[in-house]
Write a protein that binds this ligand. Structure first.
Ligand SMILES: [Zn+2]
Length: 719
């Protein structure tokens, strides 16, 4: 009996076995329709085995779907990811198949020559035959090409000289030309590109960290490496990952200038029919260069030779919903499976990547010199204890006068505050009540553009009430603290003639509007931009010369493992935005704690000092990259079932050395949307197989249907 093992998009730990009917062309990677109970599901075959002794009454597969199969390495990557993230393999496969959501394109009806000769040749008919000889055309195109009336074409169809054929035109993905426009590299860039080319030539798995200050020209370096990979092998494919927000027309245009054709795009702004075209073209090798957001990692590459993760430190590579994964780590794994070269690039690499480079696991390529005439900005700390802003204001006089000078020169300022909305907290002056979302512990954030109070965690929102819902006092609700909207209000009051804008996930809710705002800023249509961390990414704003950090202490307060690191990266990226072209830049950082190590390192522009201090702390605590973490997050609307499950898990911890389990503890926001949440945290030494431990552990406890358990390997945020 031939047995096909099929991954179905369901939370099952293993592939499901089906009988493969005689004569059905079932091979690994094939898409199939399989019965499951009363349902019919689409799945993908992972293995086909001959099992002569099989005596279970297996259900038979219904049919094979005509789609490009998943290549073996993509299947291997899906299975590896499932194991690494402790996720059901069928659900990971479903992520890899998302490109096929749109239906296949409908075939076009065209006319082709049958070989029959016309009974009565005429000059008009001869012209039609000549035009049709070049390949099938629609009736209208054929008539136009032959300069005849529709009647002539119709007559030839009726005679059987032409007949209708249904054709699906493959999407056009023109070949990139590696020799189109090579960049003129400076010596530091040329050295780095040379090493990457050597790694590509050596073949097999190779990893490199391209580490260069903002504006040092990392993009040119990896574009040359991509050109080398494409030139060396006419079938080679290249994937460049970028944070979603960085996928602007300006960035895509750089690829087009380099290779003469636009790359294929893969991100949330790409329509489902276009995604299908990219997916198919990647699967059959016609598409050779993809620039995309993190989920592009799951595309079915046939011959992936080079993966680039640009802005590798960026927090948005960590996917927090659905399948929880860190795209940078998965990119390294995919490169291993493909035997390809992976390049991580950043101006502020993650501690993990720096450590890997230090240990010699990654080739460490440092770009020091700034490309062109640009210089790093001068960075000054403003001690708010000595020069506080006026009451009800958030910008100190030194920052305001720097903004005025910048505006007078016709240059741009960027104010950076990592807080959405108008005010992070609304409280009642009369009774002290803090407004929270129903059944949730997080504060409601005031949004003045919409006049609503919004929970950023659950999305709950309500109009701002006139009376305190708790004590009933009238007009007693006050807004506490600043968000980006409130800072923009202050900027508009101070500079009524300046063009201002807010950049946050509220004003630019999707990738397309974010890209549009970035392009307006780059074109100089905005004088003063107030932004959350979304704008701190690798954009090039040539007229931006002043960056003001409104509250540098904000990031340092959140008690999680990467708080300092993230603050340093964010501030370094934000201040690095200033003065990229030939104008000198300046960065001013407002803080109540100028003595903090992060801020001192930043002001001194001494990344090495910061990294050394932070690394020593992590090593002492056995935290990543010196140890490994995993979180089990339990949530339920039923507090009794939640408690019982948490206790059962705590009691069922397998015996293991070099590993500790903490908790169960209430998550920092214990209550979200009426569901209570608890967390168990595992810390292990580096060599421990954390995934096996977690899988064994979870298999020991029967989790009731009312409780959901999610595994987060290498957790970032503990909300
Ligand atoms: Zn009240």
């Amino acid at each position: 009996m031939k047995v096909a093992r099929v991954l179905l998009p369901l939370p099952l730990p293993e592939p499901f076995d089906y009988a493969a009917p005689e004569g059905m062309a079932v091979a690994p990677g094939a898409h199939v329709v399989a019965p499951l109970g009363p349902r019919r599901l689409r799945g993908v075959v992972v293995e086909v085995e001959d099992r002569p002794g099989e005596n279970r009454p297996l259900k038979a597969l219904e049919s094979v779907v005509d789609e490009p199969p998943l290549p073996p390495n993509t299947l291997a990557f899906v299975r590896w990811t499932a194991r690494w993230t402790c996720s059901p393999p069928g659900e990971v496969a479903a992520v890899a198949l998302r490109g096929l959501r749109a239906p296949p394109p409908r075939p076009e009806r065209k006319l082709a020559l049958t070989g029959a000769k016309p009974a009565r040749p005429t000059p008009a008919r001869d012209r039609v035959l000549e035009a049709a000889a070049a390949g099938p055309l629609s009736a209208a195109d054929l008539a136009r090409a032959a300069a005849v009336s529709g009647g002539v074409v119709k007559g030839l169809c009726e005679e059987g000289v032409l007949n209708v054929v249904e054709i699906v035109e493959p999407a056009a993905f023109p070949e990139p030309d590696p020799g189109h426009a090579p960049a003129a590299l400076n010596p530091s860039q040329a050295a780095a590109a040379g090493v990457l080319e050597t790694l590509l030539d050596q073949g097999g798995f190779q990893a490199a960290l391209v580490d260069g200050v903002t504006g040092s020209g990392k993009t040119e370096v990896y574009l040359e490496a991509a050109a080398h990979a494409l030139a060396a092998d006419p079938q080679a494919q290249v994937l460049v990952l970028l944070p979603e927000i960085a996928l602007t027309q300006a960035v895509l245009a750089r690829f087009e200038r380099r290779f003469g054709v636009a790359p294929a795009e893969w991100h949330s702004g790409v329509s489902p029919p276009k995604r299908r075209k990219v997916w198919e073209a990647v699967a059959n090798g016609r598409c050779r260069i993809v620039v995309g957001a993190r989920s592009a990692l799951f595309l079915p590459f046939r011959n992936l030779r080079l993966l680039v993760v640009d802005e590798e430190h960026d927090g948005s590579y960590k996917q927090e919903d659905g399948l929880i994964y860190q795209a940078r780590d998965l990119a390294v794994a995919r490169a291993k499976i493909e035997g390809a070269t992976v390049v991580l690039a950043s101006a502020t690499p993650s501690l993990e990547s720096l450590w890997n480079a230090e240990q010699g696991r990654y080739r460490w390529l440092k770009l020091s010199a700034r490309h062109g005439a640009a210089r790093l900005p001068d960075i000054d700390l403003i001690d708010l204890r000595q020069a506080p802003p006026e009451r009800g204001r958030w910008l100190s006089t030194s920052l305001v006068s720097a903004m005025a000078e910048t505006f007078a020169r016709g240059e741009q300022s960027l104010l950076f505050l990592n807080r959405r909305g108008y005010a992070p907290l609304v409280l009642c002056r009369a009774c002290g009540e803090r407004m929270t979302a129903p059944d949730t512990d997080s504060w409601l954030v005031e949004h003045r553009y919409t006049g609503r109070l919004v929970c950023h965690l659950t999305g709950f929102s309500m109009p701002k009430p006139k009376k305190c819902p708790h004590c009933g006092a009238e007009d007693s609700l006050v807004s506490v603290g600043p968000g980006v909207e409130r800072v923009e209000e202050e900027v508009r009051a101070l500079f009524p003639e300046a063009r201002t804008a807010v950049f946050s996930s509220d004003t630019v809710p999707d990738g397309a509007s974010a890209r549009a705002l970035v392009e307006r800023m780059a074109a100089g249509e905005i004088d003063m931009l107030v932004a959350t961390q979304a704008a701190a990414k690798g954009h090039n704003f040539p007229r931006l010369t002043l960056v003001g950090v409104v509250d540098a202490d904000l990031g340092l307060k959140g008690g999680d493992l990467r708080a300092s690191e993230r603050t340093f990266q964010l501030l370094a990226q934000a201040t690095g935005r200033a003065g990229r072209a030939d104008r000198p830049g300046r960065a001013l950082i407002q803080t109540y704690a100028p003595e903090h190590a992060v801020l001192q390192a930043l002001a001194a522009q001494d990344r090495d000092a910061f990294v050394a201090a932070e690394t020593a702390e992590r090593e002492a605590a056995g935290l990543p990259p010196f140890g490994r973490l995993a979180a089990l997050i339990l949530s339920s609307a039923d507090p009794v079932a939640l408690d019982a499950t948490a206790k059962a898990l705590a009691a069922a911890v397998p015996n293991a050395a070099y590993l500790e389990v903490y908790g169960p503890a209430d998550a920092p926001l214990a209550l979200v949307r009426g569901r209570r949440r608890k967390r168990l945290l595992v810390r292990a030494d580096r060599h421990v197989d954390l995934q096996s431990f977690v899988t064994t552990w979870m298999s020991r406890v029967k989790v009731p249907g009312s409780v959901r358990v999610t595994v987060d390997i290498d957790p970032y945020s503990f909300l």
